[in-house]
Design a protein around this ligand. Structure first.
Ligand code: 9MG
Length: 274
């Protein structure tokens, strides 16, 4: 897949490091995101093996507070600009707002990561106009209500149907199929059983002929199985990530880049023997 002038072989697993620039992550005096601290964290993840840094200024956790476009721009744009000055790493913008997509791309972002799969008004048109790759994620409901009562008759079939509709919408807007990544959206409007079914049957999504991205790192679905808080889910995150790779994922979105890179190195070494 092409990201600007960079051609990336998605047959080899790639790592996307998570950089949340919300006030609870890199804040000075609890209110303003410290650009310097965020960039240092990003550069450390690049050093550890991240191909992408996914920068987000609005939390998508269940029940998280919404932020205005102005506030989201204020959080992410200075970080993207400063990071692009210091590194050629591929920057992904984690947003659903067309205005944030636009400003982030102008500041140097090479990928749109949209948990709403370009369903917000103007998002399809913005992605088409700037012609950058986009990750379409599946979510039932919205972050405010998605975990209240997720319901599916057959979760994998319904996720595939959702993507078929979004791929048609993208085609209609002029977004080329070779610019699209798909993500089943683990934890986004899904029970533990839905998440496990999606992970076990992830390879079925390959019928859509787009590379797959998986975000499992530190998620509650892992905590529900091992009964451990978020800061004790590293082994579970790595195990789930490797299962996703085995079942067809090309990119892992993770918090713990160094540890994931070691696991991916073992995965690659064994795969090359075959
Ligand atoms: C922003 N964000 C949080 N979790 C995510 C996931 O699983 N996938 C993608 N694409 N984005 C996510």
């Amino acid at each position: 897949m092409e990201f600007g002038s960079i051609q990336l072989d998605l047959k080899s697993p790639q790592i996307m490091g998570v950089l949340n620039v919300t006030p609870d992550s890199f804040s000075d005096a609890g209110q303003y995101v410290s650009v310097e601290a965020a960039v240092l964290r990003a550069l450390a993840m690049v050093e550890q093996g991240a191909t992408f840094i996914d920068i987000g200024g609005e939390s998508t956790r269940p029940g998280a507070q919404l932020v205005s476009t102005e506030e989201e721009l204020r959080r992410v744009i200075p970080v993207i600009e400063a990071l692009r000055e210091q590194s050629s790493v591929l920057v992904s913008i984690d947003t659903s707002k067309p205005e944030v997509m636009q400003q982030a791309i102008l500041a140097g972002a090479a990928l749109i990561n949209d948990v709403y799969a370009l369903r917000k008004p103007g998002a399809l048109e913005t992605a088409a106009r700037f012609d950058v790759p986009v990750c379409l994620m599946h979510m039932q409901g919205s972050p405010e209500d998605m975990q209240k009562r997720p319901t599916y008759t057959h979760v994998v079939d319904e996720v595939i149907d959702f993507f078929k509709q979004r791929l048609l919408a993208c085609e209609g807007a002029g977004i080329a199929r070779n610019k699209i990544l798909l993500d089943p959206g683990f934890g986004f409007g899904k029970t533990l059983s839905h998440n496990l079914t999606l992970l076990a049957e992830l390879s079925r999504l390959k019928e859509l002929n787009c590379p797959l991205l998986a975000g499992l790192s530190r998620k509650s679905m892992l905590g529900a199985i091992i009964d451990k808080p978020v800061e004790q889910r590293l082994s579970a995150s790595i195990t789930a990530g490797l299962l996703a790779l085995q079942n067809g994922a090309s990119i892992l979105r993770v918090h713990d880049v160094a540890e994931t890179a070691d696991a991916v190195a073992i995965y690659n070494a064994v795969r090359q023997v075959r």
